[in-house]
Design a protein around this ligand. Structure first.
Ligand code: AMP
Ligand code: ZN
Length: 469
């Protein structure tokens, strides 16, 4: 069955045609690690996870690359303002390298709690400086750059189709609105490829380049790293909707100017998670994290369920009521699956009914990731009396490979911020108990205890608590 995806480039749903049969190269813009990621960021990462799981469910071998932006970004979308990493360093007293390492780890732990599959490779911007410098050299050879007192800039007027992704009205762009207009820039939309270090201060992160000591501009890393890992032209590029007018527009400009070929065939964007007061953003200072949800007694997967029921291209307004409904629905779903397990003794496979649901499920997810419709198929499957519990269980376990709701796993109640490595041991113990390997289960419980956490068996699952000294 075909997969259709909404391509921002054409503003329409298009049938996915991979470059290489059976394979999909996917690049997703990753976190900027100067602060925690909020649950809005994770809405985007989850939509990308849905995409990846849908491709895998359809039999694609997915090569997924996600960057970690550990180089300093400037505070504005233009090329002005303070560096976010250096700012984070001043705020916390840690080095920029320590900050990047800390927030990268928290990001990965949170992603795991949300059942987001890790990419085949995380690429750190600081580990691809040579590739970024090479790309500027390539643009220099082709006459796309100019140098000002503060950096090396891309001349957007040299490209006929600059802004095609965002359908930018170049003439109509007002100075001082979205894009800051430095006096030395030749065109309002020109952007920095390389920024020079200030003459009077030493930056914690800076590198030599043919144009002077400094650091790469914030769009360059994705062009250089996607090229290094996926090749010049690859299948799908994703990110949040805010990336359309600046970041992805500039990525396309520099990649296509340098390579002379189309960069990605499909550009997909997730809509924002918003709050009553507007979009959720880090610059506001206060934001909801996965930890905040856990502290309030929710499972991170309740939030995953919440994201599944609103299509990724629709704005989602966060409220505790919506999260409560998602929690109730997910808990009900899990208990229905558990009772299937308890009754899954004889397996009678009604092929017609089973196939009907499987087809409906596939049609939903392949229709530009219509996950809410796919969830409705799961509920319909559960209600159908003509299918045996064992056959239902088998089918729902298959569906859960896409939904990622851990429907078949025993529930683990997370009472506090339990680190991912502890959760891994807890889950291993659950599996050991299932396999009736009680010796290993006891060893794992002791290991968890030695690390400061206690596992308490409760009805239908376990509870994990920090041991008080
Ligand atoms: P950042 O760490 O700021 O680079 O953001 C990581 C990802 O989250 C990017 O793809 C952004 O487009 C996306 N993003 C930022 N804010 C939100 C939000 N409120 N809702 C959904 N996605 C967001
Ligand atoms: Zn990017």
């Amino acid at each position: 069955m075909d997969i259709t995806l909404f391509n921002t480039l054409g503003r329409e749903k298009q049938i996915f045609k991979p470059i290489t049969q059976g394979k999909a190269g996917v690049y997703t813009c990753g976190p900027t690690v100067y602060d925690y990621q909020h649950i809005g960021n994770f809405r985007t990462f989850m939509f990308e996870d849905f995409l990846k799981r849908v491709l895998m469910y359809n039999g694609y071998e997915v090569k997924h690359i996600m960057n970690i932006t550990d180089v300093g970004h400037l505070v504005s979308d233009g090329d002005e303002g303070e560096d976010k990493m250096e700012k984070g360093s001043q705020r916390t007293g840690k080095t920029v390298w320590e900050i990047a390492e800390y927030y990268t780890k928290v990001f990965m732990d949170d992603a795991k709690l949300l059942n987001i599959l890790p990419p085949e490779k995380y690429t750190k911007a600081t580990e691809y400086i040579k590739e970024q410098v090479d790309m500027i050299k390539c643009l220099e050879d082709k006459g796309f750059i100019y140098v000002t007192s503060d950096g090396v800039y891309f001349d957007t007027s040299k490209l006929n189709d600059y802004g095609k992704l965002a359908r930018l009205d170049i003439e109509g762009l007002e100075e001082g609105t979205r894009i800051q207009f430095s006096t030395e820039k030749k065109n309002k939309t020109d952007f920095a490829l390389w920024k020079f270090s200030p003459k009077d201060t030493k930056r914690q992160m800076e590198w030599d380049s043919p144009w002077g000591k400094g650091f790469p501009g914030w769009h360059l890393e994705c062009s250089a790293m996607s090229k290094a890992e996926l090749g010049v032209t690859f299948d799908i590029h994703c990110g949040g909707i805010d990336h359309v007018p600046v970041h992805h527009t500039n990525e396309i400009a520099q990649s296509e100017a340098c390579n002379g070929l189309e960069s990605a065939h499909y550009w997909m964007h997730g809509a924002f998670l918003e709050e009553e007061s507007g979009k959720m953003s880090k610059s506001k200072g206060e934001f909801l994290r996965v930890k905040t949800l856990v502290d309030k007694g929710y499972s991170p997967l309740d939030y995953r369920y919440m994201c599944l029921i609103t299509h990724y291209r629709k704005r989602l307004l966060f409220s505790w009521d919506v999260l409560d409904s998602a929690k109730t629905a997910r808990t009900r779903l899990k208990s229905r699956v558990k009772s299937l397990k308890d009754n899954a003794t004889n397996f009678t496979n009604d092929t017609n009914s089973v196939n009907k649901y499987k087809e409906k499920f596939l049609a939903s997810i392949n229709d530009d990731l219509n996950m809410s419709e796919a969830l409705a198929v799961v509920w319909d499957t559960l209600k159908d009396e003509s299918i045996s519990p064992a056959a239902k269980l088998e089918m729902i376990s298959e569906f859960d490979k896409v939904l990622g709701l851990d429907l078949g796993k025993a529930e683990t109640e997370i009472k506090q911020d339990v680190p991912a490595e502890i959760m891994e041991l807890v889950n291993e113990r659950i599996e050991a108990k299932k396999a009736r390997d009680f010796k290993l289960a006891d060893e794992l419980r002791d290991k968890v205890k030695s690390l400061g956490y206690e596992i308490v068996d409760i009805k239908g699952g376990v509870e994990v608590k920090a041991v008080k000294n």
